[in-house]
Design a protein around this ligand. Structure first.
Ligand code: PLP
Length: 366
């Protein structure tokens, strides 16, 4: 018998969530963002649910090859562009659109030999200060690209740092949106500025020509806990589930797990789950992190170990050895545990938990 842990991927949830991006931005096209192996869901599995997208955005060239191997002939955008000159050969061969965020990438394009010119998205650094041309350098970069025979259409893009919240008390997109509009005024080209948070919270101003739907495609909420998945009508695309492989009766004063981080104050039945940090469950999840046993909500107890964690069965007398445990996602009888709640308890975000599912966890379709 393999360990009872598994991750389930919900194809209809992916399709539903993609539909939510469309509903938010009805006049835009939608990039399904599938970087990081589709946020841990697996490119091939996620593709089945997201194939109605207008394009796929990612950053690893090997992942782009995997999408082409699935016979996806539509647009693929490399969100960070190429990392070295010879990557451009793959862009030509696989017809990849690529971001251009720095002068070196323009130098490489200028030396590149290709029969067909490339579609590129020129990236503005509107305030995030990771990648992109400064407002002062942007129009010169555009002119340089525009003069290259290697370049076909030039799209215009930027990325928001605070679309999920306020920034210094004001709307988190205002400062960057103003910079983007000013710098790109009058320039021809399709615009792509919205991530999930902007698509959900500020569609009127940010949808434009293409939205980039990442976390929302997987049912994760970019602005949790201000809003939750029910508010945005998003469905979990991943369930992580396992079973109880042991039960312990703790007497008052007994402790459980490494570091004796939990001490029983009364008689406590504890279930031992076949799931630990080597499966991708966050080790920093403290006592009290929500978990479902047989679809009923309870809490974790003590420290998460490499292969196991403990849960409180005190109020679940019908549950015991072999009971189903939902770490996040869809549980039995219509129960559900949002990944955002588990992430919040562990001091992180749903994105990190999805991406961290370990290779040893078998993944299959629900
Ligand atoms: C990852 C990424 C996105 C998607 O962000 P979400 O918050 O997951 O929607 C969009 N644009 C760029 C440039 C990205 O790197």
């Amino acid at each position: 018998m393999p360990r009872p842990i598994e991750a389930l991927i919900h194809t209809e949830a992916l399709a539903h969530n993609l539909g939510r991006a469309r509903a938010q931005a009805p006049n835009a096209r939608v990039w399904a963002v599938v970087k990081a192996n589709a946020y841990g869901h697996g490119i091939e599995r996620a593709f089945e649910g997201l194939r109605a997208a207008d394009g796929f955005a990612l950053l690893d060239l090997a992942e782009a090859e995997r999408l082409r191997a699935l016979d996806w002939r539509g647009p693929i955008l490399l969100l960070e562009g190429v990392f070295e000159p010879r990557d451009l050969e793959l862009c030509s061969r696989l017809k990849l659109w690529h971001t251009v965020h720095c002068e070196q990438q323009i130098d490489w394009l200028a030396m590149h030999k290709t029969h067909e010119p490339h579609r590129v998205f020129l990236k503005l650094n509107s305030g995030m200060n990771r990648l992109g041309f400064t407002p002062a350098a942007f129009r010169a970069a555009y002119a340089r690209l525009d003069a290259l025979p290697q370049v076909d259409e030039i799209g215009l893009m930027t990325h928001f740092s605070d679309a999920d919240s306020l920034r210094q008390g004001v709307d988190g997109i205002a400062h960057q949106l103003t910079a983007f509009e000013a710098v790109t005024e009058g320039l021809a080209g399709e615009r792509s500025i919205a991530n999930s948070a902007a698509t959900l919270r500020h569609p009127a101003r940010t949808a434009q020509d293409w939205v980039r739907a990442g976390i929302m495609s997987y049912g994760g909420v970019p602005d949790f806990p201000e809003h939750d998945a029910a508010h945005w009508d998003l469905r979990p695309a991943m369930t992580l589930r396992s079973r109880l492989i042991g039960v312990q009766q703790l007497q008052p004063g007994d402790t459980i797990g490494y570091g004796s981080a939990f001490t029983a104050e009364q008689i406590t039945r504890a279930g031992i789950v076949a799931c630990g940090y080597a499966d991708g469950y966050p080790r920093h999840a403290p006592t009290g992190t929500p978990v479902l046993v047989d679809g009923k909500r309870t809490r974790t107890l003590g420290r998460v170990s490499m292969d196991m964690l403990a849960v409180d069965l005190s109020d679940l007398p019908a549950s015991g050895f072999g009971s189903e445990v939902t770490l996040w996602g869809e549980g039995p009888q219509g129960s559900r545990l949002p990944i955002d709640e588990v992430a919040q308890s562990a001091g992180t975000i749903g994105y990190e938990l999805m991406c961290a599912i370990a290779p040893r966890v078998p993944v299959r379709h629900a």
